[in-house]
Design a protein around this ligand. Sequence first.
Ligand code: ADP
Ligand code: MG
Ligand code: MG
Ligand code: MG
Ligand code: MG
Length: 442
Amino acid sequence: GKYTKEDIIRIIEEKDVRFIRLQFTDIFGTLKNVAITSSQIRKALDNKCMFDGSSIEGFVRIEESDMYLRPDLDTFVLYPWHRSHGHIARLICDVYKPDGTPFEGDPRYVLRKTLQEAADMGFTFNVGPECEFFLFNNDEFGHPTTNTYDTAGYFDLGPVDVGEKIRRDICLNLEEMGFEIEASHHECATAQHEIDFKYSKALESADNIMTFKMAVKSIAHAHGMCATFMPKPVYGVAGSGMHINMSLFQNGKNVFADPNGENGLSDIARHFIAGLIRHVKGCCALTNPLVNSYKRLVPGYEAPCYIAWTSANRSALIRVPTARGEGTRVELRNPDPSGNPYLQLAVLLAAGLDGVKNQLKPPAAVSTNIYDLNPVQLAEAGIESLPADLKEAVVEMQKDPLLREALGDHVFQKYIEAKEKEWQRFATTVTQWELQEYLGKF
Ligand code: ADP
Ligand code: MG
Ligand code: MG
Ligand code: MG
Ligand code: MG
């Protein structure tokens, strides 16, 4: 490990850390934390910090509510943007039951379980996410809006481009926290940005995604702006995705690469792709978890709607970028950043491993632009569509036994229950669109 308990206690003293946030994530991807003062750090490091699991959505009922937090020492880090009254540090925790066994509803545990399965097959799972987000203005009361000054062609670009400054600030803060930022750029839509950090082992990547989202939101807030990872905040422009780049390593070597294989890809890579294709519909309720997610997955914005893979086309669901050697990877392009990264990576790994275990063969790679094909041609090529909405995605999730197996009964049931209710709320809401279209006309 990176740190021992004594290291952490020493750093807390040396750096004048006043508060330590003990963090975990609920099944819907919301970061939760309990702040302790530095006087309590020994207790926390001895796994004696408790919380009431019944008040966390998707966790447990009142009768079985005591939960213990076990800090993962390697996740200890100081928040660089808090330093006015002493530092604030955080530790990401695993959630345990009073009997000392891991809590099945802890998303980190769900990912650990699937990673163990990969490890038993000799694999390390590496993941590099590309998170997109929007930076919007707040209104006079500090509430988020979808307004922005960042309109190309407007006169206030250049020195007063708020987005650019915030993006730089985010990158510098993340670097101080140990992130290796590979790229950061303005995205297609006005007010939209992307920041890419280097891939790492999946558990660390999932932790990083949680940290990333929190950092982006905090730093934007400090600049008086609102950062959102909502998948499609504005009609008619591109939404925010989170492409997930994946590879399997064995003994430190990327086993997706094979110089003698077709297209430089190994059989393992092909099986993995086939597994993803088999289970992608069932995974959608996790990779694209919101009612709003499906408004991004429409033709015309480089977001995928059809189930196909390719080595070229940027609108395909699965792309194999040209890099070979250590950078050989499979890029899944439908996920968005509004989900729970632990559960997302767990089900995608389970899907890929299913392909590897059963030596599944992927369909032929598609080289034409799928969006030029008509429904008949799509059917002839055997190209199916992703679920059209959250309701369909939940049905697909229930149809695919791999999902229950990968998530475990607890998470599977709680998740579906909540998503069915979310859909019901949406389906019965009278929207602004309906009022505009119908109120005067009928
Ligand atoms: P794109 O061309 O799709 O915009 P980016 O350059 O923005 O891709 O992001 C590529 C991501 O893939 C980065 O996070 C990078 O670290 C990651 N990556 C590179 N090699 C691997 C690998 N072997 N396994 C997983 N992820 C990888
Ligand atoms: Mg990118
Ligand atoms: Mg790029
Ligand atoms: Mg992008
Ligand atoms: Mg990409």
